[in-house]
Design a protein around this ligand. Structure first.
Ligand code: PAF
Length: 280
């Protein structure tokens, strides 16, 4: 496994691979890797000749300084995990390497995809995400890049950004990976004591209940029913929204042609968790 810290050196290395017609898969991460990340990396390894994983805790996507400071950073453990599954290349850049002119977000019109959910509750978050992903794509120029459906809104926004800038990278989505209780795998889970991780299983239980019962409700009354269910859990619900899976606009009535997805953000103690499910 080769580790690069300099963007220029990585770009030169990748150019050589692409000159030989090799397909380059890319998995951008912020580290604190878990099985969810590893399954993205394995997905890339299975479809490409060479797989690059970046580890960079991107300051511009945090709208809360505490959240950035508390974000887990364990580069040595991450490298071991990546080596154990035969990752080809890891990119571990410094902030200066990614933001040579200072860490600042671009201001990109995201066609309304950032008006809801995470975009609303974490102002500036997606501008930071697209800024860093665009920069990483410029360095890596991947054939394919892999993103998990837990961050479904991020996935759609990155897909939109690649179309907007004519970036020649195929965006591949990957199913949500879950632990034994159904809790979606996330680096933030490591900020919770085991007892809280166990109590957070209610999120998955409520998503499953919603998928099984949504036809008994209108979208708005399903959202209220979900809120009521959260009242009987140790979690504090931030939002429960039924959205169009393509535009993310709130769904007002069920429509067989567009489908619907339920999105949840909830706090378990101080840890903010997100999850979602396709209703149909
Ligand atoms: O999903 C993440 O871990 C981050 O938002 C990403 C895509 C690596 C950009 O920093």
């Amino acid at each position: 496994m080769q580790v690069f810290e300099r963007a220029e050196e990585l770009s030169a290395f990748i150019k050589k691979q692409k000159d030989q017609n090799l397909k380059v898969g890319f998995v951008p991460t912020m580290g604190a890797l878990h099985e969810g990340h590893l399954s993205l990396v394995k997905h890339s390894l299975s479809e490409n000749d060479i797989t690059i994983v970046s580890i960079f805790v991107n300051p511009t996507q945090f709208n809360n300084a505490d959240d950035l400071a508390r974000y887990p950073r364990v580069p040595e453990a991450d490298l071991k995990l990546l080596e154990s599954i035969a990752t080809d290349v890891v990119f571990l850049p410094s902030e200066k390497e990614i933001y040579p002119h200072g860490a600042q977000s671009a201001s990109i019109d995201l066609n309304g995809l950032d008006h809801y959910m995470e975009g609303r509750f974490r102002p500036g978050h997606f501008q930071g995400v697209v800024t860093v992903v665009k920069r990483l794509f410029e360095i890596v120029k991947p054939t394919r890049a892999y993103f998990g459906e837990k961050d479904y809104q991020q996935l759609l926004i990155i897909r939109y950004m690649t179309r907007l800038y004519n970036i020649d990278t195929e965006i591949i989505s990957h199913r949500i990976e879950r632990g034994p209780t159904g809790l979606a795998l996330s680096s933030r889970n490591e900020l919770m004591p085991d007892a809280d991780k166990d109590r957070a299983r209610d999120i998955y239980a409520i998503l499953n209940w919603s998928r099984d019962h949504f036809r008994e409700y209108s979208p708005a009354s399903l959202q209220s029913a979900v809120k009521d269910r959260f009242e009987n859990t140790p979690l504090e619900l931030e939002y429960a929204l039924v959205c169009n899976p393509q535009t993310l606009a709130p769904v007002e009535e069920w429509d067989e042609n567009t489908g619907a997805r339920l999105f949840i953000a909830a706090y378990m103690g101080k840890v903010r968790l997100i999850d979602n499910v396709s209703l149909f």
